[in-house]
Write a protein that binds this ligand. Structure first.
Ligand code: HEM
Length: 256
């Protein structure tokens, strides 16, 4: 229905599909071997997967959508929670300043540095637990299922709402408290009730890439800047119940 967000989203999707079709045409007319996903997908026709154009476009849109909003929202919410919890920020900054001590000015961080960022990983998981970006998981039943006396027939598409699990006081004591330390050394990430990145064979394929991106952002952010919140912030409820529309912060140089 015109005027609704759904309608706007649909119009947006049409524009993206048009753009991608044009790019695909240009790519097909070119002999350049691009080093990107679109190039691989276009050449999937030579492999056993043989994706149609529609499927290739769908893959690109899925990756753009899944890979952008999740990482940017998690980064923003980490900045918010760290601002509100100076002890956590201090420990996180300490972790990153230790890494910087082993580097020359401007030298990039490496894989081993990233793997040593255990508190950072805990901060990201705690942020994702409280500010859950993906509320639930889509699945299709492959057989009739009885759940609490209700039958879900075979073939139904179901949305498994997983967000509330993150606030269960039996699983996460004091669930509304931002406590990254709860993730350290307890292997909480691998528990079968942790659905932050989904589960089973459809587990988020971008999980490690997403964690890496947020970690690298935090590395440079906390070692370069201080920040304070400015303006009203009522949209960022705790825990977040609506998509946040933005975080207003004033940034200054950490070393100044
Ligand atoms: C903090 C970052 C991220 C979070 C919290 C997140 C979370 C999730 C969740 C909960 C799912 C559903 C999994 C399921 O159904 O079991 C999912 C699926 C997916 N994610 Fe992520 N994700 C993140 C980053 C990324 C990145 C960086 C990419 C790629 C660049 C990505 C690509 C995908 C794709 C393609 C799917 C669909 C997988 C499928 O249906 O088989 N995600 N993600």
């Amino acid at each position: 229905m015109p005027g609704t967000s759904y309608h706007l989203g649909f119009q947006g999707r049409k524009r993206i599909v048009k753009m991608l079709k044009q790019i695909m045409e240009q790519r097909r007319a070119s002999s350049i071997a691009y080093d990107d996903i679109l190039y691989c997908l276009l050449h999937s026709k030579d492999s056993k997967y043989n994706l149609s154009d529609e499927e290739i476009i769908d893959q690109i849109i899925t990756i753009l959508y899944s890979g952008y909003e999740t990482v940017s929202t998690t980064s923003m919410m980490a900045v918010k929670y760290l601002h509100d919890h100076p002890k956590a920020l201090e420990e996180l900054r300490e972790e990153h300043l230790e890494i910087r001590k082993t580097k020359k000015p401007g030298e990039a961080v490496h894989w081993d540095d990233y793997k040593s960022m255990s508190f950072t990983r805990a901060v990201i998981f705690e942020t994702s637990r409280l500010a859950t970006v993906v509320n639930g998981l889509l699945r299709k039943t492959t057989e009739d299922m009885v759940l609490n006396g209700f039958t879900i027939p075979k073939g139904w598409k179901i949305y498994v709402y997983t967000r509330e699990i993150n606030y269960d006081p039996f699983l996460y004591p004091e669930p509304l408290t931002f406590n990254p330390w709860r993730w350290l050394g307890k292997n909480l990430e691998s528990h079968n009730y942790c659905f932050i990145f989904g589960g089973g064979s459809r587990l988020c394929p971008g999980k490690e890439l997403g964690l890496l991106q947020v970690s690298i952002f935090l590395h440079y952010f906390v070692t370069s800047y201080r920040w304070e919140e400015v303006g009203r912030n009522e949209i960022l409820q705790f825990p977040r119940v609506e998509a946040p529309k933005g975080l207003h912060i004033r940034i200054s140089n950490y070393h100044a």
